[in-house]
Ligand binder design. Structure first.
Ligand SMILES: C[S@@+](CC[C@H](N)C(=O)[O-])C[C@H]1O[C@@H](n2cnc3c(N)ncnc32)[C@H](O)[C@@H]1O
Length: 166
């Protein structure tokens, strides 16, 4: 497989997975967190498929295509390790969906990121909420969900927080 093939497969899996999860959060209250604005492609897709959800976007910088930049109120700028622990007063609610697109492809860097990021995700996910992630996370109280075959990619995992009482 060429790198172009791998890239296309990963983008296809990402799109299918986001749509799969969007369908499953219909009954879960809470906003969406987009961790990693990047070019803004997945942010733009999320706002298209979830037009009634508030979307909070986290990144250390805004380098997105001009058509895919969130409004200033919903862009949380800075190192996620510094901003996410203190975003509560601004976002107010736990998220129904946290899309974690911060992977580097470097296994050591991803393990290090997972160590500080996992507890933050646990803190900010609503009961029953979903976390599609490009890096492996350690999330007590969550289950690893089967990904639809057409969205399977080595780079993606899907976690779901157990609903309260389950
Ligand atoms: C792979 S890109 C995201 C791609 C994006 N979802 C898209 O569809 O265009 C990863 C982004 O995460 C941001 N990022 C990575 N680690 C971060 C951190 N620790 N704090 C804040 N932003 C981070 C980078 O600046 C980069 O913009």
């Amino acid at each position: 497989m060429s790198r172009l093939d791998i890239f296309i497969a990963r983008m296809t899996a990402q799109k299918i997975l986001l749509e799969y999860v969007a369908d499953r959060i219909a009954d879960i209250d809470g906003p969406v967190f987009e961790l990693g604005l990047g070019n803004g492609r997945t942010f733009d897709h999320l706002r298209e498929i979830l037009p009634d959800r508030e979307i909070w976007v986290f990144d250390r910088a805004v380098n997105a295509h001009p058509s895919s930049v969130p409004d200033g109120d919903h862009m949380i700028l800075g190192e996620i390790r510094d901003t996410m622990p203190f975003c509560g007063p601004r976002v107010k609610r736990r998220a129904a969906l946290i899309h974690c697109d911060l992977g580097t492809g470097d296994p050591t860097a991803d393990i290090a990121k997972s160590a500080w990021l996992s507890p933050l995700i646990v803190e900010h996910t609503a009961p029953g909420g979903f976390v599609p992630s490009g890096i492996e996370l350690d999330l007590p109280g969550f289950e690893l969900v089967d990904i639809p075959p057409e969205a399977r990619s080595k780079r993606y995992r899907l976690y779901r927080r157990f609903p309260e009482g389950e």
